[in-house]
Design a protein around this ligand. Sequence first.
Ligand SMILES: Cc1ncc(COP(=O)(O)O)c(C=O)c1O
Length: 370
Amino acid sequence: MPVDRFAAERPVPKPGILEIEPYKPGKAKADGIENPIKLSANENILGASPKAVEAFAEGAAKMALYPDPRASILRGAIAEKYGLEPDRLLFGCGSDEVFQLLNQTFLEPGDNIVQPAHGFAAWAIGARACGGEVRNAPEKDLHVDVDAILELVDERTRLVFVANPANPTGTWIPFSEIRRLHEALPPSVVLVLDGAYAEFQSDRDHADDFELARHEHNVVVTRTFSKIHGLASLRVGWAYLPAEMTAAVDRIRLPFNVNIPAQLAAVAALGDDDFQRRSVELVEIWRPWLTQQLSGLGLDVVPSAANFVLVKFPSTPGKTAVEAEAFLTSRGYLVRGVANYGLPDHVRITIGLEEHNRAVVDLLAEFMGR
Ligand SMILES: Cc1ncc(COP(=O)(O)O)c(C=O)c1O
């Protein structure tokens, strides 16, 4: 029975809003624990590029001014680095905002988006806010299943979201699968390829994604400064998309959505190859180590191409994921339970510095009674 919103005694949110599960960020603190180690949000454990920190400080002097709404310098720097047309770039307050803008541009009530079952939460929040339906395609062994996605696509599908590598699973699919997905989608459906963790999969040619987007009218590739560049707090994300789509989305993008210190820091971070290399190297050293060590404790570690690992715990009382998370928290290590992603037996752990990774393994060995 629809509510008569005019006759209501107080303002009533439009239908669907109160059914949206609010975004649940990785824990940043725990009662009674001073200075916990935060491995719960896939941030860059090295912090931010020192060059970005310097640029941010310079930007502070410009705080009284509105930012460049086109982020022209950052736009030029990204276009040059990746060989992309500047006019086909779109900037957001994090890539989260890019997803929201795409949803707002393409979805009307009754339309739907299709995503893998364990898809990143922000996509669905934005879709539901537009009155869109969210269809979850079952995954195959925690990997994106292209056929399952295609099965859910119908005439009301406007967007398909895929992250590669994915969060929270960390798994990836080959580009040939992305191409197959694209080829089978109706040309009216926007395919969003979320590359938040792309840089941590250094053995893959990511130019493929951009090339696909360059030649197709319905492909969007997103990237973020939150992970590899360590600028999560500054909220800078971007997308490479067809020119006519940029022109549409830009009509609803609020003009000053990326602030001056963030734009300056992002430009500096983009040019700091040394910091990016160190960030990738750290993950490349410790990701296989953590995978091997945790597997050695009898835990199921999902193969990851991102800056985190997803670990499955037994359902035996005393050894569950919920208890493991609580145990690590009590010892000062914050990790991420992912029950809200439909994975109640798993815990997601961001790759830390050497001492963090060793401590996590030692603590989980204790937890598992090894
Ligand atoms: C798959 C995926 N996409 C996008 C984002 C959001 O990135 P941003 O900080 O640019 O909003 C995240 C953040 O955790 C993510 O895991």
